[in-house]
Design a protein around this ligand. Structure first.
Ligand code: ACO
Length: 322
């Protein structure tokens, strides 16, 4: 059997760091409130002119280097992002050009915070069905561009960053299964109310901002992460105690703790980066994965559960042997 196996990971964070103390100076909030309610301490923010494709490219280059492949070997580029550089072309095409390659398929997936897991699902099926041997999946975001920095209910939550993996067809076990879902009925609980075909005046005025019902999203996220974990484990006949690492979407430490508790997973086996990076949407899972791979926590052959939840609502998971 052919598996899509992760052969390289990479990530990138913009240089500028904004701490909770920095936010205290511009909005009515406190480091204590932010840490208690979210676990977040700081976030990285893209510099003027530092685009999603630019930070996605840097993560991709690191993943390609770690994989030891030539960029020309890539058959597919998928970028999960809610903050593309342009309306079109896709950020994936822009990254393709910046990588100095052409010809392979390249497109974006719009699934908000689930964008990377949706991208993994696409790439996994692409490789398993013989569409190609090598795929580059990136999650990259400049959420700071759609954050209202005067709204304390959202400004404290988000950050910028990128993560990437190179997948390659392999006889050894890699991705065991991916699961993706959506429920569009909850649109208004978490959205940017303006866009191209609706409210374009606000976009032109630079007022396209994330709007969210935090409490409702919180409750839904906890319940959904539990159900997707059950679906994934049951679908593969895997016991939750067999998991080596849990790598959830990094939105809020309380959501992560609740999901880990239901999996009976000690927090030492959960990769947590939300304290350092805040919520980087589609970038959060590949960023966390790369950090735990590079610091030696995650080792070859270990069993990983990746889980995402985001606007749409969208949600998904991947069970894989690293
Ligand atoms: N600083 C200080 N006080 C604040 C702040 C702030 N930054 N923000 C809100 N408050 C106040 C509120 O006004 C409220 O005051 P009140 O009681 O006087 O009305 C109080 O704090 C409590 O507010 P809640 O919204 O009830 O606080 P809660 O404990 O629910 O935490 C939070 C809010 C952190 C947003 C939480 O609901 C959450 O994390 N929800 C999930 C959000 C999320 O993860 N979204 C993204 C997921 S999907 C994706 O990643 C795109």
């Amino acid at each position: 059997m052919t598996y899509a196996r992760i052969i390289g990971t990479g990530s990138f964070l913009p240089e500028k760091v904004v701490t909770n103390a920095d936010l205290e100076k511009s909005i009515e909030t406190s480091d204590e409130w932010i840490r208690e309610r979210t676990g977040i301490r700081r976030r990285h923010i893209a510099a003027d002119g530092e685009t999603t494709s630019e930070i996605g490219l840097r993560a991709a280059e690191r993943a390609i280097e770690a994989a030891g492949i030539d960029a020309a070997d890539i058959d597919l580029i998928v970028v999960g992002t809610a903050t593309p550089d342009k309306i079109f072309p896709a950020t994936a095409c822009i990254i393709q050009r910046k990588l100095g390659i052409a010809g392979c398929a390249a497109y974006d997936v719009s699934a908000a915070c689930s964008g990377f897991v949706y991208g993994l699902d696409v790439a996994n099926r692409f490789i398993q069905t013989g569409g190609g041997r090598t795929a580059l999946v990136i999650g990259a975001e400049t959420l700071s561009r759609i954050t209202n920095w005067e709204d304390r209910t959202t400004a404290v939550l988000f950050g910028d960053g990128a993560g990437a993996v190179v997948l390659q067809a392999n006889e050894e076990t890699g991705i065991i299964s991916t699961h993706i879902h959506a429920d569009g009925r909850a649109e208004e609980l978490l959205h940017v109310p303006t866009g191209i075909s609706i409210g374009y005046e606000a976009v032109q005025a630079g007022e396209a901002y994330i709007a969210m019902n935090g409490n409702a999203v919180f409750r839904k996220a906890v319940a959904t992460l539990d159900s997707i974990a059950r679906e994934t484990l049951a679908g593969n006949g895997v016991d939750k105690h067999d998991l080596d690492w849990f790598i959830p979407h990094q939105a809020n430490l309380r959501i992560i703790r609740a999901a880990a508790k239901k999996l009976d997973m000690p927090m030492e086996r959960v990769v947590v980066t939300v304290d350092e990076h805040a919520n980087t949407s589609a970038a959060s899972i590949p960023l966390a994965l790369d950090i735990a791979v590079r610091d030696g926590r995650i080792k070859r052959g270990e069993l990983l559960l990746l889980e995402a939840f985001g606007a749409g609502f969208t949600w998904g998971s991947a069970l894989l042997r690293y």
